[in-house]
Design a protein around this ligand. Structure first.
Ligand code: FDA
Length: 320
């Protein structure tokens, strides 16, 4: 209960434009955000990705920060940043792996604009990937936001996939609908990143207790590593810092004959990195989500909301 209240408070704080403006202009910028983001432009983000791979054997998905954007000029800026990081990744030998939120690229303004923008980014990733190593690992990864965006995100994912673009989709275990959404993606042989969900829902459509979200995550992982999924060419991405779920996924993989590289684990920069390194040393494919850019407040506060233990981090930054 306490952790749910804490998470709800942090989500509200993340969505406050006024607080965001004050904080991002203020002195706490570097102190708070340093742990969770690679502050700077695409060059800094790509340098961080190169270091993660060469020093720790971890792959990266690059994410230019910014969400719930309702101004055309900012949407254009976000699209330009996604294209810039795609260009910066090309020729480095790294995966051309770029994460995108629908509300960054026009969802709040116009569905047709969102589709055009996603097409532009997906084309750039496809073109850059054509001359890059590790075929199959490059993709436009669609993040998943609040429940109002889920239908549109899945529809655009399916549309891009049907037209042959390298695309992947995030689904959230806290939503009751995800069982059916995942089953449909397994039939399509998609690439799906499963997360618990960074939002708090209502009992009518969501699991609201942490143990229930975890139990559903376990059931969804079972489906991701099923015989049907393997036959369909489905690619499971288990994105969590929960050691029990990671162990469960590895058990399911072993039992079903999935070898490392036929699936992957993904974690967030700054969260349980020793666990990520240990998995990579044991031969698992592990990716870190690497956010970069100026708009650090909403993302950072959402991360702080995921663990009441992070209250001290917030308090220290505000005091210092
Ligand atoms: P859980 O929250 O139970 O954490 C397990 C343990 O990890 C905790 O006990 C704690 O020790 C540690 N931990 C986890 N988060 C921490 C934090 N922020 N700070 C400190 N310690 C922490 N969500 C979403 O709604 N849409 C999306 O598109 C994405 N995308 C995404 C990509 C990737 C790569 C990841 C890893 C996660 C997301 N998420 C997301 C976020 C996700 O929904 C979820 O909120 C967080 O991953 C936290 O849940 P865990 O599964 O890690 O478990």
């Amino acid at each position: 209960m306490l952790s749910r209240l804490w998470q709800s408070a942090m989500i509200a704080l993340a969505r406050s434009g006024r607080v965001s403006r004050v904080m991002q202009n203020g002195r706490v910028t570097s102190g708070l955000s340093r742990r969770f983001i690679a502050s700077g432009d695409e060059t800094v983000g790509v340098a961080r990705a190169q270091a993660l791979l060469s020093e720790q054997g971890l792959r990266a998905s690059l994410f230019y920060l910014g969400e719930y954007v309702d101004q055309p000029a900012l949407v254009d800026e976000n699209v330009a940043a996604k294209l810039a990081v795609t260009r910066a990744l090309a020729g480095t030998g790294l995966d051309i792996h770029v994460s995108v939120d629908m509300t960054q690229v026009g969802h709040l303004l116009d569905p047709a604009l969102t589709r055009r923008n996603l097409d532009t980014i997906a084309e750039a990733i496809r073109d850059a990937a054509a001359s890059a190593p590790s075929p199959g690992l490059h993709c436009l990864m669609l993040d998943m936001e609040d429940p109002s965006v889920v239908d549109a995100t899945i529809a655009l994912h399916d549309d891009l996939a049907e037209r042959g673009f390298p695309v992947a989709l995030t689904l959230q275990a806290y939503l009751k609908r995800t069982e059916a959404d995942l089953a449909a993606q397994i039939r399509r042989g998609s690439r799906v990143r499963l997360v618990k969900g960074a939002f708090v829902g209502e009992p009518a459509y969501a699991y609201t207790r942490r143990p229930d979200v975890k139990a559903n995550s376990r059931r969804l992982i079972d489906a991701m590593f099923s015989e049907d999924a393997r036959e369909a060419g489905f690619y499971p991405i288990v994105a969590t810092h929960d050691a029990h779920l990671i162990a469960h996924a590895r058990d399911r993989a072993r039992a079903g004959g999935w070898t490392p590289g036929r699936y992957e684990f993904e974690m967030l920069l700054g969260v349980r990195e020793p666990l990520a390194r240990a998995l990579a040393v044991e031969g698992e494919r592990v990716r870190l989500y690497v956010p970069f850019g100026r708009d650090w407040w909403p993302y950072t506060v959402r991360r702080i909301g995921e663990s009441p233990a992070n209250a001290a981090l917030l308090a220290r930054a505000l005091a210092g």
